[in-house]
Design a protein around this ligand. Sequence first.
Ligand code: GAR
Length: 222
Amino acid sequence: MSAAPLSLAILISGRGSNMAAIARSCAAHEIHATIACVGSDRVGAPGLDIARALGIDAFSLAPAAFDARAAWEEALVERLDAARPQLVVLAGFMRILGSGFVAHYRGRMLNIHPSLLPHYKGLHTHRRVLEAGDTHHGCSVHFVTEELDGGPVVAQGRVPVFADDDEQGLSARVQAVEHILYPRTIGWIASGRLAWRDGAPWFDGRPLAAPVVEDFDAPDRD
Ligand code: GAR
């Protein structure tokens, strides 16, 4: 491939397993992308050490170090833009971003959420799915808009839920799918299959009317 790889900035708050999965896909040339930097709102986020061990520029910027949230967001934009990313990837970034930040990266920022959106926005999705007795669960990749977990969903991975599942097992099953779905969706952007045009996602040259959904089984149950 001749064009330069898609440059990513990844924001995390914790473990960083999605970030690591994306890094693996880049390194294995499964997707034509490169990670320009990894940032966190938490100084001690374990994912920062993983990124550094992979030779990726990693930084933390804690909101507590700023007088106001707007000042923190401005500093974060400055730090990210210095790395010149083409796509900002929220990968377990657990802080709500303000409208200025979202507008700055409109059409250039993705998030992954552990539910089949629009169901179960917010926190504790696995627990809520189990409490509701749902037969299926999964994860969604969406463009970020001002509405929390509300931007256009482009890809979803579905997994079965079993009667005897617990929160931990279900969470692990969904995460295994996240590690496939997120790099793949980023790869679609890198290859030009997925794009943001006129305020909406386009896929293979047409407006994307509904997310691309894939069913996964439960390898942990085989
Ligand atoms: C992931 O499961 C992701 O879907 C979730 O946080 C986890 C981060 O794991 N994100 C959200 O809940 C955002 N609303 P990771 O740090 O190991 O990638």
